[in-house]
Design a binder for this molecule. Sequence first.
Ligand SMILES: [Ca+2]
Ligand SMILES: [Ca+2]
Ligand SMILES: [Ca+2]
Ligand SMILES: [Ca+2]
Length: 347
Amino acid sequence: MYDRVAQSQKKERNGTRDTSVHKVAIKVYFPFIQIGDATLCQLLKAAGFCSENNTEASNMCLFPRRAHTHGLPPVLHRIDREEVNQLRFTVMARDRGQPPKTDKATVVLNIKDENDNVPSIEIRKIGRIPLKDGVANVAEDVLVDTPIALVQVSDRDQGENGVVTCTVVGDVPFQLKPASDTEGDQNKKKYFLHTSAPLDYETTREFNVVIVAVDSGSPSLSSNNSLVVKVGDTNDNPPVFGQSVVEVYFPENNIPGERVATVLATDADSGKNAEIAYSLDSSVMGIFAIDPDSGDILVNTVLDREQTDRYEFKVNAKDKGIPVLQGTTASSFNLISTISTIWFFCV
Ligand SMILES: [Ca+2]
Ligand SMILES: [Ca+2]
Ligand SMILES: [Ca+2]
Ligand SMILES: [Ca+2]
């Protein structure tokens, strides 16, 4: 689209209007420099005014050069305001008298904007949060309100057509906050994507964060971009025994090395954070032993009820995370050995 700001001025010569404009050749000039048809057409073609297909210079240009053309000629090529927002040139009219008389006027075409560009959304790495190929890795123990990515939105259109509003879609623990309090270029805005609630790897390991940008054009245009947030595990869960107390009945006069019982603890974390090593109280070392991996409790000696009929000790379960977490504080693991029975507790 275009506006005519100025058009050919009517010219009076020697006080008398020259009405003999029957066969007027029109040539178009860029300011200051008169150029030939070919160059002109190249320039206009670059500006979007010329037909791509017609190789005849005189027919390629915005002005078809028909001598009787009046007013603004048709535009032969789609104009993109985002490429050229104003075109200023000189139109010259020349009659075919001898000697020819000429006149010229400057024409300025201001291209009106249409809302023909959707907002663009870029999501970039920020700080120490790794972000690559649209995937950010965020540890579950980040504080609420931690910025995890930079979001840049822009719109090539003008005015309201380029004013963009940006939001996070859906129920995810993330929100956008403007990167700056000051009102800058409305067509380009920066936001930080923040965490808005605690993350928990054990509950949700991955979020697909969809960001939608809508411009204020009429009708408005929108676009979206997304970021996958992978929540990383941290060692925030201690091992937990399935039973707080285990009771075992075990015969005396046993064979040394026999398995008394097996204890089992679980850990909600992953990897090393969930690998468990079992150990016994030092008070019963030598009498009992435990396999650190399997939790099998073995008796190393021959138990004699008349000597000791009850053993109480704690079993510890520690994970291999950093820092190491241990079984809960209610850790009174009791092994009670009666004459022929053992029962014990796990926590
Ligand atoms: Ca737009
Ligand atoms: Ca536009
Ligand atoms: Ca753990
Ligand atoms: Ca964890």
